[in-house]
Design a protein around this ligand. Structure first.
Ligand code: SAH
Length: 263
């Protein structure tokens, strides 16, 4: 986890976000000698390489674009994705409610597109460890690539091509974070893998799944009463005298359910 360098001039080989005059974002990798074709004229990658983060650049026809090192949100939201990700609005609360701390040992399933994995790695830091169970080989590979493209190689990430419903091999795990359809099939395994007081968090889109998870945790008997919530993020439009919530919002992603292991 060493190549995310948020300082200094933009370098060849780095990812950037190009923001067009309408505010739309484009993720691309700076490549010497390459042009960026826009319908407002071309910009050369060489015109961007060596500029500071946050620079203004102009097309040959004079249209102004802005160029930034991608934040995590910009990186994730602009990737061409093939799997459903956990949205940034939920990732922050997940890290807090799962209480992911520096040095923690965390199991997640599955890696999917790797959005959550990036933030788990940052939260546990170099002394922590993430094991990601994933049943699909293509997602195991693309998830690892998405992570290393943003963070560089992470020696403390292990991706296991395994079905977590079959069991968890690790012991003394601090936190388990589940983004898969039937987390109740992991409850008994989690009971054996977690340290006392350890946390299991699951992320579920439908109320029927939430009910099944809560019932399973309660029936198991080794967990505290689950806490269930959702996160509503309401952006506002602030332009001139128009100061109001946006008209259309992303209203639902998933519920977050947490509980702690008791002895
Ligand atoms: N949290 C990820 C998205 C995960 S999508 C992100 O933020 O990008 C759900 C993933 O779980 C898929 O990749 C799917 O293949 C994987 N999965 C589903 N059931 C599983 C199981 N039983 N064991 C391991 N992985 C599983």
């Amino acid at each position: 986890m060493d190549s995310r360098n948020p300082r200094g001039p933009l370098r060849a080989g780095e990812d950037i976000i190009l923001v067009d005059p309408k505010g739309e974002e484009h993720l691309l990798t700076l490549t010497p000698g390459k042009p960026i074709g826009t319908h407002r004229g071309n910009i050369l990658h060489d015109d961007i390489i060596g500029k500071p983060d946050g620079s203004r650049v102009w097309t040959a026809r004079g249209a102004e674009y802005r160029v930034f090192r991608p934040t995590f949100n910009q990186y994730i939201m602009n990737l061409k994705r093939h799997a459903q990700i956990i949205y940034p609005k939920d990732i922050g609360p997940i890290l807090l409610w799962a209480d992911v701390f520096p040095g923690a040992t965390v199991i997640e399933a599955g890696i999917g597109w790797g959005a959550l994995t990036i933030k788990l790695l940052e939260a546990v830091g170099p002394t922590g460890h993430i094991t990601s169970y994933e049943i699909r080989e293509d997602f195991a590979e693309s998830g690892k690539k998405t992570v290393s493209r943003f963070l560089g190689e992470c020696s403390n990430l292990e991706v296991k091509l395994r079905d977590i419903y079959q069991g968890i091999e690790e012991k003394d795990v601090d936190r388990i974070v589940l983004d898969l359809p039937e987390p109740w099939r992991v409850v008994a395994h989690a009971g054996g893998a977690l340290v006392p007081g350890g946390i299991i968090l699951s992320y579920l889109p439908s109320t029927v799944q939430v009910k099944q998870m809560v019932d399973s945790v309660n029936e198991h008997g080794s967990f505290s009463e689950p806490e269930v919530f959702e996160v509503i993020h309401r952006p506002w439009h602030v332009k001139g005298l128009s100061v109001r919530p946006v008209q259309w919002m992303f209203s639902h992603s998933a519920f977050i359910i947490t509980c702690r292991k008791i002895t």
